[in-house]
Design a binder for this molecule. Structure first.
Ligand SMILES: Nc1ncnc2c1ncn2[C@@H]1O[C@H](COP(=O)(O)OP(=O)(O)O)[C@@H](O)[C@H]1O
Ligand SMILES: [Mg+2]
Length: 601
């Protein structure tokens, strides 16, 4: 797999070329997100520039008012002062209005970007093949949708705003200072030197400390999620005490890292205040002497002092920008990695139309490996005629589920072809493929919603009659009727909770209503008790009639209804025949069957 791949994601030892590739990937994503919003971004920039200029105009107007307006007023001319007051009010109102507009504009831009990104991440991860999901843990997928998007949101909502606003503010103040009084401007410039050192120091430390808090909190979450997902095992093996110590350690670590961050601010914040106050004092001293000597107007000195006070205000937020930038960049790298994953089972570019599927499945010259070098099916040829019921048996790890996943095209063979009615599965339209081939596994997942809705998953436009008929066919009708709301019971509500066996029956009904030409049951009856299984057995006859069926089962009673039995070992079919012939012989199946019969008496 490439560096954009799943495994590469959590590495940190990238070569230069790989890092560059990852950066380019992030930038490509960022570009594609911002491009549609270009007009809005430019408008936002214009608004922020004007609003900052309006805010910075205040002290200069005050200087003008004091130095020109007041003497004129004393001389009987109130006009200049009135003009200054009006101008001050106008800039104040314009500034405030533009800030309001700017706030809305930036929020719109950032929300549009996040909306786009959130949707892309969801749709793309959903589209990716099973191979991706089997190696990319759900915890990591959740992190992409939650904490990573949060990091980007924080950067967009506050980080960039503060940086742009802060930088513009400082720039405009510097310009105003220099044009009013360059001596005070120079003093302010001098203050930039200690400010630069302090900020650099803060950034270096905070970068390390913030990363540590992020790692500590991630560990905390992982431990929590793992404990709660495995809560049954935790309780069964009395792991609570050990978890308590482990979790306690993690919480303590999180506390310590946070405390260090706070300590850092405990130095940085007063440092900023100190630099600001010293600069102010020096400006006052130098300016005061010049005012006394008649070299400086008092209004200008006041403006210089006001500017100096405001100058340091955005410094703290700007220093923080670097941190939010770094976590957002890391998040963007990870998200872009997922978004550039390509499905390993791609949709055909020119799908072949399968008008009326018959259900003939053939493997010709197939070889399959999940990972290069570890072949699971070495050399596989198999013909399943349409309508045949095939039982597939063999020990755990023989490759039965792998075979089922290949027929369902969750994976493509590494070599050779698998076809339905002579058409390569890779060339079938995904819609045709899903309609024609359905696999039921032990998992029997129920989505939130009603029982009827869960059955109708197999046929979204099914009528209530069809749903009931499907439930009756697989023997699920009685238990559904006994639920508090019948078919309308919510499966996630109290009373709607169904047992593993009942879930299994619902997934059979789901398969029945889908009415595929090829049906695969992968240990689908494993969580049924004997009476329920017997019930299903009758339903199964209906379910399997008129279609190609592949049943993978441990219980040999299920196998009895098959036309043909395949025994699989190490990815190879070792026996193939009717149940009767195989039982009469001396092979693996005959031994299995004898052992099973003995266990019954
Ligand atoms: N997603 C996977 N990635 C890598 N190897 C796998 C994967 N799934 C199954 N295998 C391997 O393939 C072999 C066959 O597994 P499987 O088809 O599940 O066996 P069965 O269903 O007969 O018990 C096993 O050796 C298993 O370790
Ligand atoms: Mg299996």
């Amino acid at each position: 797999m490439s560096v954009t791949g799943v495994e590469g994601e959590e590495r940190s030892d990238y070569t230069k070329a790989e890092s560059r590739q990852i950066r380019q990937r992030s930038l490509r994503l960022l570009g594609s997100l911002v491009r549609p919003l270009k007009a809005r971004v430019i408008l936002t920039m214009v608004v922020v520039i004007i609003s900052t200029a309006a805010q910075v105009a205040g002290p200069a107007l005050i200087a003008f008012g004091i130095d020109r307006g007041l003497p004129a007023l004393v001389g009987g001319d109130w006009m200049p002062l009135a003009l200054v007051v009006v101008a001050y009010l106008v800039t104040g109102v314009v500034g405030a209005t533009l800030i309001a507009w700017y706030t809305v504009l930036t929020a719109r831009v950032s929300q549009a970007i996040l909306f786009d990104l959130r949707k892309r991440v969801f749709l793309h991860t959903q589209k990716l093949s099973l191979e991706f999901h089997e190696s990319y843990t759900s915890g990591r997928i959740i992190a992409r949708q939650t904490s990573d998007l949060d990091a980007i949101r924080e950067l967009l909502d506050s980080g960039i705003n503060q940086l742009v606003q802060g930088a513009l503010y400082m720039l405009f103040i510097a310009i105003a200072m220099f044009s009013l009084d360059w001596v005070s401007g120079l003093v302010l410039f001098g203050a930039l030197i200690p400010l630069g050192f302090l900020t650099r120091w803060f950034q270096k430390r905070s970068q390390t400390y913030f990363r540590e808090t992020r790692t500590a909190s991630a560990k905390l979450i992982v431990q929590f999620v793992e404990t709660m997902t495995g809560i049954r095992a935790v309780k069964a093996f009395r792991k609570e005490k050990r978890n308590e110590t482990e979790f306690g350690g993690l919480v303590e670590r999180y506390r310590v890292t946070n405390a260090r961050v706070i300590q850092l601010f405990g130095i940085f914040d007063p440092g900023l205040v100190l630099i600001g106050n010293v600069a102010l004092a020096v400006i006052l001293l130098v300016g005061g002497l010049r005012v006394a000597g008649g070299g400086l107007a008092i209004g200008v000195l006041l403006a210089a002092l006001l500017y100096a006070r405001q100058f340091f205000a955005p410094a703290q937020e700007m220093a923080m920008f670097y941190n939010s930038y770094q976590s957002a960049a890391a998040a963007l790298e990870k998200i872009s990695g997922v978004l550039e994953e390509r499905p390993s089972v791609p949709d055909p570019t020119r799908p072949i139309d399968l008008r009326k599927a018959q259900g003939r499945v053939s493997f010709s010259d197939v070889e399959f490996a999940y990972k290069a070098g570890r072949v699971i099916l070495p050399q596989f040829d198999l013909e399943l005629p349409a309508g045949q019921t095939v039982a597939l048996v063999g020990s755990t790890g023989a490759g039965k589920s792998t075979l089922a996943k290949l027929i369902s095209r969750f994976y493509d063979p590494s070599h050779g072809t698998i076809s339905l009615d002579g058409v390569d599965l890779r060339k079938l339209h995904p819609k045709d493929l899903r309609r024609a081939i359905v696999m039921v596994t032990q998992e029997a997942y129920l989505f939130s919603g009603t029982v009827a809705g869960n059955i109708a998953l197999g046929k979204p436009d099914a009528t209530r009659d069809e749903i009931v008929r499907a439930a009756k066919a697989v023997g699920a009708h009685e238990f559904i009727e006994s639920l508090p709301g019948g078919y309308d019971t919510d499966v996630n509500k109290r009373g709607g909770r169904v047992s593993a066996g009942q879930r299994q029956l619902l997934s059979f009904a789901r398969a029945f209503i889908a009415d595929p030409v090829v049906l695969i049951l992968d240990e689908a009856t494993a969580s049924l008790d004997i009476p329920s299984e017997r019930l299903v057995q009758e339903g199964l006859q209906t379910l399997l009639a008129d279609r190609t069926a592949i049943i993978i089962a441990h219980r040999l009673s299920t196998v009895a209804i098959a036309d043909r039995v395949l025994v699989m070992e190490h990815g190879i079919i070792v026996e193939d025949g009717t149940p009767r012939d195989l039982i009469a012989g001396t092979g693996r199946f005959a031994q299995l069957h004898a052992a099973w019969r003995d266990s019954l008496v």
